[in-house]
Design a binder for this molecule. Structure first.
Ligand SMILES: *Cc1c(COP(=O)(O)O)cnc(C)c1O
Length: 230
């Protein structure tokens, strides 16, 4: 996409976040914008970086690694947000700052073991299948406390919070799953006082206002920054 358009889109999304925070009495500094750049060429990320964006989310490992190579001169904070096979954990442990889509212990154990010594622990969000949808990624709410406790005990990881991608709904109902995720995080805080548990990764282009109204601390926006994907 044209560089100017990305810059304008970014500004518009940031304004939406600020407006929404003001409307619900939140500090805009408490909501981080993650630019979701899957399928986008490295030049689009560079344009967003030049406009002040620092955190980028990628879903496909091979594609992400290529872009990391092309953008090695930029101080980008890299977030992995897609599904991950357990035989592909090493590259995430070595090359990313955050992983939002941990939904089983085996993945977490491998990420912890493969996190290079001398780097800070990998920031982890557990992905919750908040609507209990069949064939969707994410741990079911029932399984969350046990998974969270096990992940919290792993030395190469730090448990930052929860992530979810709710099923599509009418605008009036969009807050329900986000409120549920916020409650699950509040519950975990009482169970695991030693972990930061300061992150609710929720809200995308179509529902970021509902997510912020329910306590999102990180919204993941792709389409409204970079345009529609093929
Ligand atoms: C693609 C994607 C997004 C961004 O979605 P948009 O609707 O394009 O803003 C956010 N989170 C995850 C996990 C994604 O895969």
């Amino acid at each position: 996409m044209r560089k100017g358009t990305i810059v304008e889109n970014l500004r518009a999304v940031r304004e939406r976040i600020v407006t929404c925070c003001e409307a619900c009495g939140r500090d805009p500094g408490g909501v981080q914008l993650l630019a979701v750049s899957k399928t986008r060429p490295a030049g689009d990320l560079r344009a967003a970086f030049d406009a002040g964006q620092r955190c980028f989310g990628e879903n496909y490992l091979q594609e992400a690694l290529e872009k990391q190579g092309q953008l090695a001169d930029l101080a980008i904070e890299w977030h992995f947000i897609g599904p991950l096979q357990s035989n592909k954990t090493r590259a995430v442990a070595e090359r990313f700052d955050w992983m939002h889509s941990v939904d089983r212990l085996k993945i977490a154990q491998r990420l912890s073991a493969q996190r290079p010594r001398g780097r800070p622990p990998l920031n982890i969000c557990l992905q919750v299948n908040i609507d209990g949808e069949q064939s969707k990624s994410g741990v079911l709410p029932d399984g969350l406390p046990a998974l969270a406790a096990a992940v919290a005990a792993l030395p190469g990881l730090v448990l930052r919070g929860l992530m979810a991608i709710p099923a599509p709904r009418h605008p009036e109902a969009q807050r329900e799953p986000f409120e549920q995720l916020a409650q699950l995080l509040a519950q975990l805080r009482t169970e695991l006082p030693g972990q930061p548990l300061d992150t609710l990764s929720m809200g995308m282009s179509g529902d970021l206002e509902a997510a912020i109204g329910s306590g999102a601390t990180m919204v993941r926006v792709g389409t409204d920054i970079f345009g529609t994907r093929d």
